[in-house]
Design a protein around this ligand. Structure first.
Ligand code: HEC
Length: 270
């Protein structure tokens, strides 16, 4: 149809021509029809036949008397045949699915609780989702907010520096739009009208256990939604460490700083 319109308007078709392929398919169909016809007539293969089967010829040469159906209808027949094949083969694959069975967690008369599947054994863990280390994954130790970082958190040197840099980066990405770059609760989202969080420099939050801040990131708090599904546990600890750095930077007494930092401070404000 599209081609016919294109031809009438003398607009070149946007599709590349497929004459050779079409020719082969056409001849294939013609040969099939020829032999089916012969079988129906009861003519055996060896007998001479007044109408020899068509042979594929080069493009441009006519198929003459053997052109029985217009190319369009043969193409349509081929499309229908392929679609029918695809549909029926799709159905066959469903044979196993179409049988009487219970789907998980639907109702059944088999068990007293009326549920088709049995509850998982307590403590079952999906492969790769072990969360036995509650300190690392939930920020709790014996059910209380942890006061220390988990065992796998670096304590010094390059690894600690890397963790803090990552914490800074993650804080900038996930927290600063509300809590502000320095934790003063003046992020862009707040300036546009979102509930203002408390400053991270409040005494209450400065002295809160690290496990508490971890839990706030994990599960949210009041108007703040949780980041447990977006920020992996180890990243959450990096963020907690960076929050501690921010708090320390604001509340530290100069006497607690190392000598060289005190000297640097004197340079800025003698
Ligand atoms: C969409 C804005 C928003 C983002 C993003 C956000 N927070 Fe909050 N946060 C809040 C608000 C609002 C509160 C106060 C919630 C309340 O008290 O109802 C809050 C509270 C807190 C508190 C204090 C909880 C308390 O006990 O008062 C901490 C700590 C905190 N957020 C840390 C973070 C960290 C870390 C991130 C980044 C992972 C983060 N927040 C991301 C909005 C946000």
């Amino acid at each position: 149809m599209r081609n016919a319109v294109a031809r009438n308007l003398a607009v070149p078709s946007p599709f590349p021509p497929l004459p050779v392929l079409r020719g082969r398919i056409e001849v294939g169909v013609l040969r099939m029809r020829h032999w089916i016809g012969r079988l129906l007539q009861g003519v055996s293969r060896g007998n001479p036949h007044p109408n020899p089967p068509p042979v594929y010829r080069e493009r441009g040469k006519k198929l003459g008397a053997y052109r029985i159906a217009p190319a369009g209808s043969i193409r349509l027949a081929a499309v229908i045949a392929i679609a029918a094949l695809a549909l029926t083969s799709g159905c066959r694959k469903q044979d196993m699915a179409r049988q009487q069975k219970y789907l998980p967690d639907t109702s059944s008369d088999l068990y007293a609780d009326g549920i088709s599947s049995r509850p998982l054994v307590e403590g079952t863990i999906p492969r790769g989702f072990s969360r036995i280390d509650t300190h690392r994954y939930f920020g709790t130790v014996d059910g209380q907010a942890a006061t220390t970082f988990p065992a796998n958190f670096p304590t010094q040197g390059d690894p600690l520096h890397k963790a803090l840099l990552r914490g800074q980066e993650r804080f900038t990405i996930f927290c600063s739009m509300c809590h502000g770059q320095a934790g003063d609760a003046n992020g862009i989202v707040v300036r546009r009208g979102f509930v203002q969080p408390p400053s991270l420099h409040l005494d209450r939050l400065r002295t809160a256990p690290v496990g508490y801040i971890f839990d706030v990131i994990n599960n949210g708090h009041g108007a703040m939604y949780g980041y447990g599904d977006r920020v992996p546990a180890d990243d959450r600890w990096d963020i907690v460490a960076y929050v501690r750095v921010l708090q320390f930077s604001r509340a530290v007494k100069p006497a607690d700083l190392p000598e060289k930092d005190i000297a640097a401070l004197k340079l800025i404000s003698p």
